[in-house]
Design a protein around this ligand. Structure first.
Ligand code: ISL
Length: 563
């Protein structure tokens, strides 16, 4: 791996700061809390920490609404706390990546405060302002400039009485979209990014970066049956200037800075054009988060999931391996702060250790950079929420209100939220069996998941048969074996759709990965007959005589061989 490709051999760990570790008893996690856990992260084998937003923010969307890009929110600490944290990260040979949220800012950001102050303000054009639809009076139903719905329910337009125009907000109304067509906006963003890099950060995870260029004219979207709003997505995703802006950002911010990394969050990005982002020759991004595998089964909407078919997840991940090929590079993840917990969604909570480790094996041995979301390394599960009052996420609260108003029963809405609601992944990290799972001495901002007495870091760190120990073994393999960090990928077909089997090859080295992603035993058939190799890792104790290549795999069994 060249010096500019260090991230190909790295394991990234995502921290959602408000739920990670509270140091001062206010019920919210903070930077000092993170600093107190750096040794824990180092011994897990983590190379990079990505922090979800810690900037000053009114927290309408838990920090994805930034009021001051140059300061830390007091709930998390101060800039000197940040510098101390960064120093601690670097001292341990790890790196730190910030979340970059620049598709939109907070409405309390001074940029927007100025922009909304009058139509003549020099920053008016920094955001996306439009007149009411002709023939309508501003503020009345139907007057919105386009029929686009927001990701968080309702229209994507908010009426500003004082200046008589609407502004666009693809997310919450407190998250107005920046106008990237204005060169001053782009320059201000690059300046801010350079400021953080000069301070020592090692890169950025870029929030919904594929939404920054909107189609000129902002056309109405198709209104699908049963939907209140039009589908604006095709008109604001991967717009005409996106790649020009990404290349410009690369030049203005990253050129000449060795040792950085970038990962773009790109909902809706497709296999057939992902190389536009990740082909290194185009000099745009190092890698992106695609959504195909986390969107499986959500055809009827995020909160009406269907069960996955055997093999669906493996087929999807394989297709992405092939799409990136030897040119691009994958980000490998199963969950994050927007998704249900991996073991609850793709695994089986009643076989928690086996399914968490099988999923992790299937993912971490692929070609790409693996991401571990806080608590995933402990096999943390989805939470248990009583009523809507237990939820905190603006998406859940707004969706609940809208769905119930339109006639869905509260029980049915709660059932959907219980499975795919974002708060499932946002409950406090379970550090130990003491009150509040050792997360806080105060009252946590969101309820701790009741299973923390069984599932927690204190009981797993010293236990060689824990999910934590298994994640660490996976990281060791990636660090120690160039074939896993850099080898090619080839799927091995078996007669059992539930089996995910593949080969990684680099020169003479061949790694064979065999995983059963189901709760039933499954046969490997002829597929691996004659394959040789030493057993490197397995998620169950195998007597010496059973360590050769097997003919079948038990439920959620995973094995890695090296020849
Ligand atoms: O979870 C979703 C809503 O159903 C996703 O569509 C999510 O909004 C999308 O993945 C973008 O996510 C990112 O930007 C959002 C923020 O709320 C998410 O937390 C963030 O990861 C707006 O900044």
């Amino acid at each position: 791996l060249g010096p500019d490709e260090w991230w190909k051999g790295a394991v990234v760990y995502q921290i959602y700061p408000r739920s990670f570790k509270d140091s001062n008893g206010d019920g919210f996690g903070d930077l000092e809390g993170i600093r107190s856990k750096l040794d824990y992260l180092k011994s897990l084998g983590v190379d990079v920490l990505w922090l979800s937003p810690i900037y000053a923010s009114p927290q309408a969307d838990n920090g994805y609404d930034i009021a001051d890009y140059y300061d830390i929110d007091p709930m998390f600490g101060t800039l000197s706390d940040f510098d101390r944290l960064l120093e601690g990260v670097h001292e341990r040979g790890m790196r730190l990546v910030m979340d970059l949220v620049v598709n939109h800012s907070s409405d309390e950001n001074p940029w927007f405060v100025e922009s909304r102050s009058s139509r003549e303000n020099p920053k008016r054009d920094w955001y996306i302002w439009r007149d009411p639809r002709p023939g309508f009076v501003g503020g009345e139903a139907g007057a919105e400039p386009t029929n686009w719905g927001s990701f968080f329910s309702g229209s994507a337009w908010a009426w500003d009485e004082a200046t008589g125009q609407y502004y666009l907000h693809l997310f919450h109304r407190k998250q107005p979209d920046l106008n990237w067509e204005n060169p001053q906006v782009r320059a201000a963003v690059y300046e801010m990014m350079n400021w953080w890099l000069d301070r020592g950060v090692d890169g950025f995870r870029m929030d919904v970066i594929n939404l920054i260029s909107k189609e000129p004219g902002l056309p109405d979207g198709v209104v699908y049956p049963g939907r209140a709003w039009g589908e604006g997505f095709p008109h604001f995703s991967e717009g005409p200037h996106l790649h020009e802006y990404l290349a410009e950002m690369r030049r203005e911010v990253f050129d000449g800075r060795a040792g950085t990394m970038t990962v773009g969050e790109c909902p809706g990005v497709r296999r057939d054009n992902v190389l536009l982002f990740t082909d290194p020759a185009r000099r745009e991004l190092d890698m992106v988060f695609q959504f195909d595998h986390v969107d499986l089964g959500l055809e009827a909407g995020k909160f009406h999931p269907r069960p996955l078919r055997p093999g669906e997840l493996a087929d999807c991940l394989s297709a992405w391996q092939e799409a990136q090929g030897e040119v691009g590079w994958n980000s490998l993840y199963l969950d994050n702060h927007d998704q249900p917990r991996a073991v609850s969604r793709f695994g089986d909570e009643s076989r928690r250790y086996e399914s968490a480790t099988a999923l992790a094996t299937a993912l971490h041995m692929l070609r790409g950079t693996p991401y571990v979301y806080q608590g995933e390394e402990l096999g943390m599960t989805n939470s248990v929420f009583g009523g809507i009052d237990d939820y905190r996420d603006v998406e859940a609260l707004r969706y609940y209100r809208e769905a119930v108003e339109s006639g869905e029963s509260p029980e049915s809405v709660l059932k959907g939220l219980a499975f795919t609601g974002r708060d499932n992944a946002r409950t406090p990290v379970q550090w130990d069996a003491s009150e509040n799972a050792g997360f806080t001495e105060g009252t946590p901002w969101i309820g701790v998941t009741p299973n923390y007495r069984d599932i927690n870091a204190a009981s797993q760190v010293g236990d060689p048969s824990s999910v934590y120990a298994y994640y660490r073994a996976l990281a060791d393999i990636r660090h120690g074996l160039p074939v896993i960090a850099a080898g090619s990928f080839e799927r091995i077909e078996t007669p059992s759709p539930a089996i995910f089997a593949y080969r990684r090859t680099l020169g003479e080295a061949v790694a064979t990965i065999l995983v059963n992603l189901s709760s039933q035993p499954a046969s490997l058939g002829e597929a691996v007959r004659g394959v040789s190799g030493d057993l490197l890792l397995a998620n169950r104790d195998l007597p010496e005589e059973d360590r050769g290549i097997p003919e079948s795999l038990g439920e959620w069994e995973a094995r890695v061989y090296l020849a």
